[in-house]
Design a protein around this ligand. Structure first.
Ligand code: ADP
Ligand code: MG
Length: 269
């Protein structure tokens, strides 16, 4: 198996004082579907930003196909371009991602950056619009889109770049159930097509559905455990200890029942 991303002993804090990640080690293989799970504030989004070289760690090393990503190595234009073309980041909040006057321009941006000839770029954009069922939004400015539409456009703008690795921060966040299902099916399809997918979530039902390799971040911003989806989901005590499932106390008449709820089994409380 070919290792595509590897993190060695990464530590990061914001402004040198707000700890976000501590001694993180992980390794992602080409074609793998890999998830980073943990409760709010554990460091998931920061970890994706580090992988995408949007921020650089205080210490430790990030390797992309065996080569260290550093401010220095990114000065090598070829390496920087290869890295940028290989990774597509789908942010949790699509507002951060969309900056062009129209949806069409948004989707054209990456292919034109990649120096794809105009006609071929248009064809790629048209195919993507139709694949994501957003052709009717083509001439709209991003601010005239609903949340779910914005998300589809953000996904489309990453797909027209055709990256080898997709980084997806909280794929389900802020989406209606139909768009959630659509997005999950899309991730499965893209993974089958050979894309490496690294995503974050605190929804255990998504882990159950996608069966990724899982790294669990704790409150202390360290990785508490890495394993298969089955291994992680079957350890209820551990999931309680990292705040991914919680204990409920239910009152039935005079009796008090105390039992654990798995979010992915019991949606409704
Ligand atoms: P998660 O995505 O798991 O919710 P984050 O990576 O966003 O966690 O945050 C990890 C820690 O870093 C948290 O304590 C958070 O408050 C802090 N943090 C995140 N982004 C910033 C930022 N831009 N400035 C300062 N602190 C931040
Ligand atoms: Mg986050």
């Amino acid at each position: 198996m070919e290792e595509i991303i590897s993190l060695k002993n990464i530590t990061y804090s914001y402004f040198g004082k707000i700890p976000a990640l501590k001694n993180i080690n992980l390794s992602v293989n080409k074609g793998e579907i890999f998830s980073i799970i943990g409760h709010n504030g554990s460091g998931k989004s920061t970890l994706l930003s580090i992988i995408n070289a949007l921020i650089h760690p205080d210490s430790g090393e990030v390797l992309f196909k065996g080569k260290a990503i550093t401010e220095n190595s990114l000065r090598d234009k070829n390496f920087a371009i290869q890295l940028r073309q290989s990774m597509g980041f789908i942010f949790q909040n699509p507002d951060i991602q969309l900056f062009c006057p129209t949806v069409f321009d948004e989707l054209m941006f990456a292919p034109l950056q990649l120096n794809i000839p105009y006609e071929a770029a248009v064809q790629r954009v048209e195919e993507t619009l139709s694949y994501l069922s957003i052709g009717h939004l083509k001439e709209r400015p991003p601010y005239m889109l609903s949340g779910g539409e914005k998300k589809r456009v953000a996904i489309a703008s990453v797909l027209t770049m055709n990256p080898e690795i997709l980084l997806v921060d909280e794929p389900l966040s802020g989406l209606d159930p139909k768009t959630q299902t659509f997005f999950i099916e899309l991730l499965i399809e893209l993974n089958r097509a050979g894309k490496t997918i690294i995503f974050t979530t605190h929804h255990l039902d998504l882990i159950d559905h996608l069966q990724p390799t899982v790294a669990v971040l704790s409150e202390g911003h360290t990785i508490r455990k890495t394993g298969s989806a089955t291994e992680i989901l079957s350890d209820e005590e551990f999931l309680i200890s990292v705040n991914l499932i919680h204990e409920h106390i239910h009152k039935h008449g005079e009796e008090v029942h105390k039992h654990n709820h798995l979010h992915y089994v019991f949606h409704k409380h």
